[in-house]
Write a protein that binds this ligand. Structure first.
Ligand SMILES: [Zn+2]
Length: 196
């Protein structure tokens, strides 16, 4: 199957951070070097919400909605990063996450044919952001916080949940960052040996 040009762009979305809110944070790639915001275009966010399974059809968004979503994303990123680095998180970030979490999430309603779930909410975007914010709260507020990690590759710095039994994961994904870091380290060692 050949992907259309727009779909190829969305294929860069990653859903392997280990949690919904960190997948959302991961829509900015390469935070450690040249950050690239995959949600910069207004049409990208409705697509992400669908691919993340939060909505079944595209949610119409205003520019304020778009901005609100990205502000929540950065608040989650900065707070989780603070937790990982054992730094004091910003209170306004925590307030933003808590505010977003307060909005009621969509309610399931059965249609008259009893064969379809209709998700009812007065504001689909705020309901989605509430699910994301609640996920972030759950991540940081219980023992999962000890599993929060930042990719060791300088250019990446993706945040993820290390669910491995030994909690020794260093990279967001071995195939993406682990192997490249190992190759770079090998080259560096070889170079220093050659010089020596
Ligand atoms: Zn990485």
């Amino acid at each position: 199957m050949t992907l259309k040009k727009t779909d190829q762009r969305y294929s860069r979305f990653r859903f392997d951070a280990g949690s919904l809110s960190l997948n959302f944070v991961g829509t900015v790639r390469h935070r450690g070097s040249r950050p690239r915001d995959l949600l910069a275009a207004p049409e990208a966010l409705p697509r992400w919400l669908q691919l993340a399974g939060l909505v079944t059809s595209a949610v119409p968004l205003s520019s304020e909605d778009h901005e609100e979503a990205l502000l929540l994303r950065e608040a989650v990123h900065d707070t989780v990063r603070s937790v990982i680095l054992d730094q004091e998180p910003r209170h306004d970030d925590i307030d933003r996450i808590n505010r977003a979490a307060k909005f009621p999430i969509a309610v399931p309603q059965l249609n008259r044919g009893a064969n379809l779930i209709l998700w009812e909410t007065p504001d689909p975007l705020k309901a989605c952001l509430a699910v994301i914010a609640r996920d972030a709260i759950a991540l940081m507020g219980d023992s999962t916080r000890n599993c929060l990690k930042m990719c060791a590759r300088d250019s990446c710095r993706m945040l993820f949940v290390d669910a491995s039994p030994a909690h020794r994961r260093r990279w967001c994904a071995m195939s993406l960052c682990g192997n490249r870091s190992k190759v770079a380290l090998h080259r560096q060692r070889k170079k220093s040996l050659d010089i020596g």
